[in-house]
Structure formats: structure tokens, C-alpha cells
Design a protein around this ligand. Structure first.
Ligand code: CA
Length: 230
């Protein structure tokens, strides 16, 4: 499950080591030497996980974690704090500030990759490789196959990601900006109405097996995947 990971670490050697390990594991890496440098990166592309060093020049890791938690767009972004050995108080404060996990330096690349996988599984179910099935509609993220009542459905790559995201985040309303962040990722040049176009295509395919009603339009807000009547 390749993810986009933002590494905020001011020590070049450690940043390089972490980035190399993540790339080796198949992840995409965005890098920043400070929280100030990380802000515009996050504004451009919403990462799947943030690896955040505690001690940074300028805004500290803790302050940046609080800031991410305080904004709607980044509220649920998984954060792993990196701390130096023995700073037990840091871990407590880090978790208080909203970090999902912490890693004590020095750590092995293997441990890093395992922690990222665990956090993604918890916080971002659409990143895992488990099949999802709802009322006979089944999505397999490994083979990219979608079936409705056992019948194969042909979806484009964007419709596939959209459906998988919805099915792993049921009963919640997402506006177009949130969907662009979560499904498109880097969407600086994508217009919001693009979302409507792909929703329409997705519904058209789901209609053949009677699953189109699962994608509901919530007037004035966005879209929701729900088994309950809209
Ligand atoms: Ca540091």
C-alpha cells in the first residue's frame, strides 16, 4: 500500500535515511526541514502520514501537530512523532497534542515502515488491502476488481478510488474539497466540478446492479455513502 508521507526533520542525515527507507518500501516522500517549510507542502498535497520530529527550529513538532489537528482539512491526518531517547515527557505531550504514535531515535527502517503500516490501517482504512463489501457490492483493492451481486463492474481508476474511499468511510458527508484531497491528492489544477463528473460516472456503473443509491447527494454539503435512506 504505497502512501504519500511527509517527513519533517531538520537533521539532513536522518531525513535522508528516513526518506530512503520509505522510498525503498514503495512510498512517495515529501520532505521539509521545518514546520514552516511543511505548511505550503501540505497545502498543495495532503499526505497520508506525517513523520514529525519533535525538536525543530522555529515552530516545534508539537506546535505543528496541534495546528494540523486544529484545521478541518488536516484534523484526521495520521501523525507519528519522532523523539530522542529518554524523553518520556515528550511522548506524553506528543500524544496529548494529537500524535497517533511516536518513534524513539534511533529506530530501524523496518520498525519505521511497520509503524506507518499500523497507523494507516487504523487511521486510513482506504490505504489497506482488505476487501470491503456492502450489500453485495464488493471492492478488492489488491486486484482492483469491483463486483455487484457477483457481477463484475468496470470502473475507471478515479471512480475506483472514489468508491473505495466511500466504502471505507461510510455514513459520513464529504464536500468536494475533502474528496479532492482524499481521492485525487494533488489537485491544485483540478476544479471542484470534476468531482461531480466522476460521481456521475460511478453512479452510472453502479446502476446496473442497483447500487447507485448508496452514493447520496447531500444538498449544499457534498456526498455520502450510506446504506440508510438519503
Ligand atoms: Ca531535530
Amino acid at each position: 500500500m504505497p502512501a504519500t508521507i511527509l517527513v519533517v526533520e531538520d537533521e539532513p542525515a536522518i531525513q535522508e535515511l528516513i526518506s530512503a527507507a520509505l522510498q525503498h518500501a514503495g512510498h512517495r516522500v515529501m520532505r521539509a526541514y521545518s514546520a514552516e517549510e511543511a505548511v505550503p507542502l501540505v497545502n498543495g498535497t495532503l499526505p497520508d502520514v506525517v513523520l514529525l520530529d519533535w525538536m525543530l527550529p522555529g515552530m516545534s513538532g508539537i506546535q505543528f501537530a496541534r495546528r494540523l489537528r486544529g484545521e478541518e482539512r488536516t484534523r484526521e491526518l495520521p501523525i507519528i512523532m519522532l523523539t530522542a531517547r529518554g524523553e518520556e515527557q515528550d511522548k506524553v505531550s506528543g500524544l496529548d497534542a494529537g500524535a497517533d504514535d511516536y518513534l524513539t531515535k534511533p529506530f530501524s527502517p523496518r520498525e519505521l515502515v511497520a509503524r506507518i503500516k499500523a497507523v494507516l490501517r487504523r487511521r486510513a482504512p482506504q490505504m489497506t488491502e482488505d476487501c470491503v463489501e456492502v450489500e453485495g457490492l464488493r471492492v478488492d483493492p489488491v486486484t482492483h476488481r469491483v463486483t455487484g451481486n457477483g457481477r463484475q463492474l468496470e470502473l475507471g481508476p478515479t471512480e475506483f478510488r472514489l468508491l473505495h474511499f466511500f466504502m471505507t468511510h461510510q455514513e459520513r458527508v464529504f464536500n468536494r474539497t475533502m474528496l479532492l484531497d482524499q481521492v485525487w491528492g494533488d489537485h491544485v489544477f483540478v476544479e471542484e466540478r470534476t468531482v461531480d463528473v466522476h460521481i456521475r460516472r460511478l453512479r452510472a456503473v453502479l446502476e446496473s446492479t442497483g447500487h447507485d443509491g448508496l452514493i447520496q447527494t447531500v444538498r449544499g454539503s457534498g456526498y455520502r455513502f450510506s446504506v440508510l435512506p438519503g
